[in-house]
Write a protein that binds this ligand. Structure first.
Ligand SMILES: O=C(O)CCC(=O)C(=O)O
Length: 209
C-alpha cells in the first residue's frame, strides 16, 4: 500500500456496541454459515469493519485468513462479509480465487502483483492441474458474501468517488480449539488451555441449533 493510501479497520466492534452483536447473531447469516460449515454451533472469532475511503482507499494484499490466525484449529471457519455500500470493481471489491480453499496453506508464497492480482512464488507446490483464476466478488449494499478461511482473496484500491464500507464477521464452528503455534492479537481474550474448545465471554455463541 502507498503512503497516500488508507484502509480503516475496526476489529471487535461487537464488543463496543450491541447492534453489532445483534448483526453477528442475525439468524439468516448464522443459518447460512452453519450450513456451509456443517455445524450446529457458531461462535464469533472476531469481526471487522472495513472502510476504504473514496480515491485514497488502499488495496488489501492477497492472503488466506486461517494462516494469519495461528492460534485456532482446524481451518474450518467461514466469514460473512456484508456490504454497507455497493462493493464493485470500481471501488475496490474483494477478489477471490475459486477452489483455492482446497489447495492447502500457501500464505507465505502469495504475492500481491503490480496489477493487484495474486502471484505464487513457488507454483510447483500447487496441486497438479489447478489454475489461479481470480474473479471479482462484487456484493451490492445490504447483500452478503461468504468465504472459507483458506480461500485466497484480496481487494483492489478504491480510486473511485464512492465509499466502500463493509462489515465482516469471522465465525467459528463449535469444534474450533485453541491450539497456539504463534501469536495473535486475540490471544489476550483467550482464557482456556491449549487444546480446549475456544469458549469464553469474548467468543460468544451466536447460534445453536
Ligand atoms: O474487505 C476487504 O477488502 C478484505 C476483507 C478480508 O480480507 C476478509 O474479510 O477476510
Amino acid at each position: 500500500m502507498e503512503a497516500s493510501e488508507t484502509i480503516v479497520q475496526v476489529v471487535n466492534i461487537w464488543m463496543a456496541s450491541d447492534i453489532y452483536l445483534q448483526h453477528a447473531a442475525n439468524h439468516i447469516l448464522c443459518e447460512d454459515v452453519a450450513q456451509l460449515a456443517g455445524t450446529d454451533t457458531l461462535r464469533i472469532w472476531h469481526d471487522q469493519i472495513q472502510y476504504k475511503p473514496p480515491v485514497t482507499g488502499g488495496p488489501t494484499k492477497w492472503h488466506q485468513d486461517h494462516p494469519l490466525w495461528p492460534i485456532i484449529k482446524p481451518a474450518e471457519l467461514i466469514s460473512a462479509w456484508v456490504a454497507l455500500d455497493d462493493a464493485i470493481v470500481e471501488n475496490g471489491c474483494m477478489w477471490m480465487v475459486p477452489g483455492s480453499h482446497q489447495w492447502g496453506d500457501h500464505q507465505r508464497h502469495l504475492l500481491h502483483g503490480p496489477d493487484h492480482m495474486p502471484q505464487h512464488k513457488r507454483p510447483e507446490l500447487l496441486p497438479e492441474g489447478v489454475e489461479i483464476k481470480p474473479v471479482p466478488f462484487e456484493i451490492k449494499k445490504g447483500q452478503v458474501g461468504y468465504h472459507h478461511c483458506m480461500t485466497w482473496h484480496g481487494s483492489l484500491p478504491n480510486q473511485s468517488q464512492m465509499k466502500r464500507r463493509a462489515i465482516a464477521v469471522h465465525y467459528m464452528p463449535g469444534h474450533i480449539r485453541y491450539e497456539p503455534v504463534g501469536n495473535h492479537p486475540m490471544n489476550k481474550h483467550v482464557h482456556v488451555q491449549p487444546g480446549e474448545l475456544l469458549t469464553g465471554d469474548d467468543f460468544p455463541v451466536v447460534y445453536k441449533k
